[in-house]
Design a protein around this ligand. Sequence first.
Ligand code: PRP
Ligand code: MN
Ligand code: MG
Length: 179
Amino acid sequence: MRDDIQSVLISEEEIQEKVAELGRQLTEEYEGRFPLVVGVLKGSLPFMGDLIKKIDTHVELDLMDVSSYGNEMVSSGEVKIVKDLNTSVEGRDVLILEDIIDSGLTLSYLVELFKYRKAKTVKIVTLLDKPEGRKVDLVPDVAGFSVPDEFVVGYGLDYAERYRNLPFIGILKPEIYQG
Ligand code: PRP
Ligand code: MN
Ligand code: MG
């Protein structure tokens, strides 16, 4: 698996340091508010698992599976709800966790959906932001790292469902996706 990686973009240590910092920030912000933390499947899983352990106040967890990519390299632009939340967001402080924002289509869809469902507040925390990929105007409230327009994998990010379990963010060798 690691032979498929051209270079490490963000190391495991750098990620964990950032996650701890974000956890401290969110603890302060959500102290006494009991936010609904929504992880977007499947990419946010490693980030969510690590980050929630660094938020030192009450949180409720839920998961939503929204897919716009499938196994394709470029977003189809179509957002599908594969699994909806179990919890009502009405009147709640919703905190959406993502691994990466690229075109912004997934997140802009979710933000609108949660506002329509009468969430009290909706905030976005993403580990990675790829501003060059934007197709819609969307700015995350919190972003861990800005990444260049390269095919990045690891720590939740996949190529054809692989590499999500790498503990770092790496750049995939072009020959892997060029076939
Ligand atoms: C990826 C990623 C984000 C989204 C970002 O998910 O995890 O959720 O795409 O792209 P966008 O800003 O262009 O919408 P994907 O749909 O591939 O599903 P996955 O998390 O299961 O890999
Ligand atoms: Mn995703
Ligand atoms: Mg994907």
